[in-house]
Design a protein around this ligand. Sequence first.
Ligand SMILES: Nc1nc2c(c(=O)[nH]1)N[C@H]1C(S)=C(S)[C@@H](COP(=O)(O)O)O[C@H]1N2
Ligand SMILES: [Mo]
Length: 559
Amino acid sequence: MTTTVESGGAATGDVAEVAHDPAGPEHRRGRDWARPFGVGALVAGASTAAGSLVAAIASVDSPVASVAGVVIDNVPNPIRRWAIRTFGTHDKFVLGIGILVVVAVVATVVARAAATRRWVVLTAIVGFAAVGLGAAERIGPGVLLSAFASVVAAWVVFAVLLPHLPRPASSVGPGPDTVTFSIDVAPAAVPMVVHRWDAAVDRREFTLKAGALWAGTAIVGSVAAAINRAESASVTRARAQFPEIPPGSPDAAPTVPGAASVGNGAVPYITPTKDFYRIDTAFLAPRVSLDDWRLEITGAVDRPLTLTYDELLDRHIVERIVTLACVSNTVGGELVGNATFLGVPLAELLDEVGVDTAVGTQVAMTSVDGWTCGFPTELALDGRDAMVAIGMNGEPLTVEHGFPARMVVPGLYGYVSATKWLQRIELVGWEEFDGYWVPLGWSKEGPIKTQSRIDVPRSGADVPAGPVVIAGVAWAQHRGIAKVEVRVDDGVWVDADLGDEVTVDAWRQWIHRWDAEPGEHRISVRATDHDGETQTAERSAPAPDGATGHHTIVVRVAP
Ligand SMILES: Nc1nc2c(c(=O)[nH]1)N[C@H]1C(S)=C(S)[C@@H](COP(=O)(O)O)O[C@H]1N2
Ligand SMILES: [Mo]
């Protein structure tokens, strides 16, 4: 910068601060939108690139992708049809561009206003971050980091370029190319400082800085795109190779009759993947490349085996409906979900390698990210549908749920069995090895406890007097649910109607029609499994082996 500061003579070096205004007369007419637009476009580009890079690394939706998702979900049908008709399969690309244009326009206005009111920038950035986060399907570290990266990028662009933006005419100093500034000095001498401003130099500086920022944006954006392409190459391949099981064959998932769902606002029988709870210790979900991935089966076995993805797919594939549950789920909590899983039966893999069952009494597993767990080998061989799963709800596993392969063992909590991003299965002695959570105070064995949950009405809801539907789910994986009962206040336990049982490995829905009387009421639920065991009322915390107690809600019935 060629700014020179000339003292009017009185100041002797105690200059505290120069009110700095290198923007020159040509930008002072209040009509120039070129530079604000230059800044606005860069803000849109840089923040999108930075957000996308972090999102790509974390395999979450970037803020722009989240907003696009919300738009797609909420756009009125006529507009949706018009967009598909007009843009065809490019509709999402056009939507992305549209979002960028909106951001650029808003940022342009902000940049212009910010010449005199710098707080506008902060407000706008906070606003953008709020919209991006508000649109996110689920807020986790990846989404937060991605939004943060966008914010930082926008802030950098503003910080670097705002000094070159036009100021309103009122701040114009005397003369065509000199500007007068006041400076604070101590002691109270009041000098005049002449700042020689050079329009050509300023233009060059603006152009250089903007060019550098665009170059950075392009690099960051290309890296993000490359990462996304790399993942989509693996996912595309997994999709292309996704096995099809003829419906009706014993390998196919059982069909879900309509009567498995009770409707009336209860959760869907099959949990959509995007709503499926996610629990793991991975700060960023590992992104596994199919080309590099191997599954090793080793330990106390006769013929250790290392499988590529293709080799795994070459084996016998089945699809089953299994309800996964997290040991950390509190009574009435949502860390439970039901999905169809497709994969290779674990028993057949163990048969192939030849397990020494006297020595290898534990199926120990390690994930790509170094997480471990283990469960008794006998449970892998007792006929249950334990599998190395590669598919969930008819698609390859998502990155969050363990792409490319995970373990699923019906009847066991996830922390002892459901290894995502599975890398190694090792047959070891029961005493020889403890999985990740065991030394941290969780039980070594983790059979799922019988549980039931009320989903409608919500606790604390106001309901009308008269007929009220109470409904929910109950689970006792691999034993199956035989009975669900509901109790209002201190009344008797009344049998609820059960949805069809699709498999003993999955939850069962239930519904009860209650004739509600005015006042505040407590509603409880309890389930009984096919072994005849009824859920205990005794409340216990999730640690060390799963919460117990009856889910109880309170509702107010209007008079
Ligand atoms: N690699 C890895 N796999 C893991 C975990 C983990 O932390 N890391 N958590 C387990 C736990 S505690 C549960 S409850 C299930 C959850 O699976 P989901 O996220 O697909 O619902 O994954 C299991 N598999
Ligand atoms: Mo869990």
